[in-house]
Design a protein around this ligand. Sequence first.
Ligand code: VG1
Ligand code: CO
Length: 544
Amino acid sequence: MTIMSVTTAAFTDQRPGTSGLRKKVTVFQQAHYLENFVQSTFNALGNIEGITLVIGGDGRFYNEQAIQTILKMAAANGVAKAIVGQNGLLSTPAASCVIRKYNAFGGIILSASHNPAGPDGDFGIKYNIGNGGPAPENITEAIFQQSQVISEYLTIDNDDISLSTVGSQTLAGMAVEIIDPVSDYAELMAGLFNFTAIKALLAEADFGICFDAMHAITGPYAKQILENQLGAAAGSVINGIPLTDFGQGHPDPNLTYAKELVEVMFSTDAPTLGAASDGDGDRNMIIGANFFVTPSDSLAIMAANAHLIPAYKNGLSGIARSMPTSQAADRVAEHLGIESHETPTGWKFFGNLLDADRATLCGEESFGTGSNHIREKDGLWAVLFWLNILAERKQSVAEIVQQHWQKFGRNYYTRHDYEAIDSQIAKDLMSELENKLPTLTGQTLAGQTISYADNFSYTDPVDNSVSSNQGIRIGFGNGDRIIFRLSGTGTQGATLRVYIESYQDDSDKQQQDTQQTLAELIQVADDLADITKRTGRTTPTVIT
Ligand code: VG1
Ligand code: CO
């Protein structure tokens, strides 16, 4: 074997965002681009000789080429062993599971999550640490710093190896273990949930499930677990074969993009439970027959019912939610007498809380829920959690949600996304809004007095690290909130996200239309940030 040192020069745009580095495939295809990021990661980690790394991705276009590049660089940098999903496939939650199970030093996950794939689509890469979770900010920042000064990377001149057969091989002295991407994850799930009860539920004649894998990574996982192990009817998993371009779709499990599932679930003979996952398998959307469950409600309801699930029957240590996620989960935490945490957007902020057992369940409004079983959010896990609740409660999804509202009140909630707006306009909008903040407290808008207006800053209670500038919060005296932040995962211009919530504990007023109920606050948000005036947009790109 010959280790080659290749001379390279820094790229200035390699700062990892909320979930790693995400760019157009064409950007990743530039000479040295991927290599620079990988070598910068290795350099940031320090001495990596002798370590074990897990490598896999969501199967999108460029997945396998990237893995071949990374394997050669890992071998040249002295990595002792690479554990790779067969055909380069590993869902994000499965990668987290495998890192933990085999005590790997860390892992490299290739994905741009829900972003479209294909030669003109997006690609992404992120580094996960030994706990199985996304690298915290001190590591992503170190990677970025390395990428600014990089001058060479190491690789080898070997041929590509085959990723298609499960088993052991070596690449220039580095052991390469190709593993079945599903089995470790499936085993973990079977240990958390009551598979016997779920099996019985799925065998009931009037119970149906429709799981939309959206042509992305969860197809093989859902087929194996739901259909083969739990006995769901063949065909319960739709769009179950992962395609490199995700069938030209947009595997973002929301009401806009998961169209096929939405049609099924809002039809007259809708099955009991509908669910969808995203490109890399960490997100989930839950729908009952003719009934959509907001992700914020889903987190709260899962927490309130966790005692029904074997893995959580002894109680939760705490619940964590990202700042823009509705406050519904906080009420459950209060009721249970456990800690609740509000973190910045992005799963990496949950890692310390989970490691320190300060939280058991975590969630984000963006269709992300998860627990201490791994250190990523987990789409299929959430579906199994709901199935387990349904098996115990023998009610419909709608009944469960409505009873939850009656007990805890309902947090009406919506998110409005304005995608691909001009980056400078978006920046100006945010900074003008920030300038206004000091004058807002005490003002009365839409009949409610603003009790705080700030730019969210988070101090991690475990390591005291501070993350500031995490989104603008406008809080009203009655608990209503308007939040503004710019996406850290978009690859085209800027995406402005506006999150609006309003609490209603009067059960006679809990069945209203969300957009109508929030209309006044939506107008206040537009006025405060001059969205229409500045962006020229009169409606959001996506409403959730
Ligand atoms: C979005 C979501 C955020 C999520 C992130 C990664 O980030 O809002 O909650 O953690 O995507 O999810 P942003 O910065 O675009 O709002 V995934 O499934 O793309 O790893
Ligand atoms: Co994802």
